[in-house]
Design a protein. Sequence first.
Length: 373
Amino acid sequence: MEYNIKCSNCHRPSHNLLDYKCPSCGQPLNIEITKKFNPDLIQTNNYSAWRYIDAFPYVKQTDIITLGEGWTPLVKFKNNTYFKLENLNPTGSFKDRGSTTLISALRKLVKNKNGTIAEDSSGNAGASIAAYAARSNLKAQIYVPENVSGPKLLQTQFYGAKIIKVSGTRNQVAQTAQKPSKNKYYIGHILHPIFRDGIRTLAYEITEQYEWQTPQNIFIPVSAGTLLLGILSGFEHLVLSNVIKKAPRIIACQTEQVSPLYHRIKNSPYKPPVHVDSIADALVSTDPPLLNIMTDQLQNAQGDAIIVKENEILLAFKELARKGFFVEPSSAVAFAAYKKQIRDKLIQQEAKTVVVLTGAGLKTPDTVTQHFP
Ligand SMILES: [Zn+2]
C-alpha cells in the first residue's frame, strides 16, 4: 500500500474510503502517505492541483472531478512577502482543494449505491462541496443552522444542493447531518480525512512556486483546522521525502473571539463569547472536534499561534482591498496577524513570508459595509 488510513486514537486501520470516523472508537481518522513525493512525477502540463496526482495514490486519474482548482498565483506583496491567492479558486476559496480530492475519491462509491452526500456547512465548504457535487452529478444535502443567510448560502443554492435547515446549536446541525439514513453518506469536510488531505497540494504548490526553496513563515487563518492540518501534512511529506530540508514555520491566526487553538498553545483558559459576531464570519469553530490533533501537530512542527482584534481585522481588510486584493474578512485575519508580528519585531521585514489569502471578497457579509462611509 502507498497509503494508510488509521484512527488517530486506537490506530485501527480503515479500508473504506467512505469512513469519516473510526468504526471502533468514533475518533478522527488520519491518512498517512507512505509513498515518497517525487518532483519528477509532477504532471507539469497540468495547471491545477492535480499536477500532484502521484502524491494521491487513492485517486485514479480517470476518476478526477475537477473545476480547475489549485495552481493559484503566488504574488509578491512587498520585500520578501508573498500572497498565495486562494481566493481565485473556482468557488472562491481554498476549500476546493479538499472538495476535488474528496469527491474524486468517493464519487463512484456513492454513485454505485445511488447515494446522496451530506455535509454540514453554511460557509465556504458547503458552497465548494455543492459545486463539486454539481460537476459530478451527485446529489448533495447541505445542513445549515436555521438562521443563516448571505452570499455563501446563496452560492450553495445556485449549485443546486438541497439546503436543510436545522434549529439549535452548530453541534446539533452536525449531528443531524451525520444521522444515518438510507443511501445518505456523510462526508463532512471537518471530519472526513480525505478533505483535509487534499489541502496538501497547497504546501506542494508554495514549495514548487518558490523553486523548491521554502519560505520561512506562512500565515494562515485557522478555524476547524482543515487548512492547518492539510498544509502541515504536505510540508511534512516533503521533508520525509527529502525534497526540502525544513518545513516553514506555520503561524495559525485566529480572531480574539474564536481562538481555542491559540489558548491551548499558550496554555491559557478559553471562554468563547455567547454570540460570535466577528466580521471574520468563516472562522466560527469555538469547539473544533480536531483541536487535540491540531495542537499536537502544530507543536510538533514548531509552529505558533496568534490572535488579532476586530479593529485589526477591519484595518487589514481595508488595506488589502485598497491595494487591490479584495478578499473576505476571514482572510484578512492572516494579514492582520502578519502586520502585528512585523510591528512587534517577531518576524523581520525581509524574512521570506507567505500570507495565504483564503477566500474571495465577494463572499463578504453585508454587515461589514456598516464599517465603510
Ligand atoms: Zn479508533
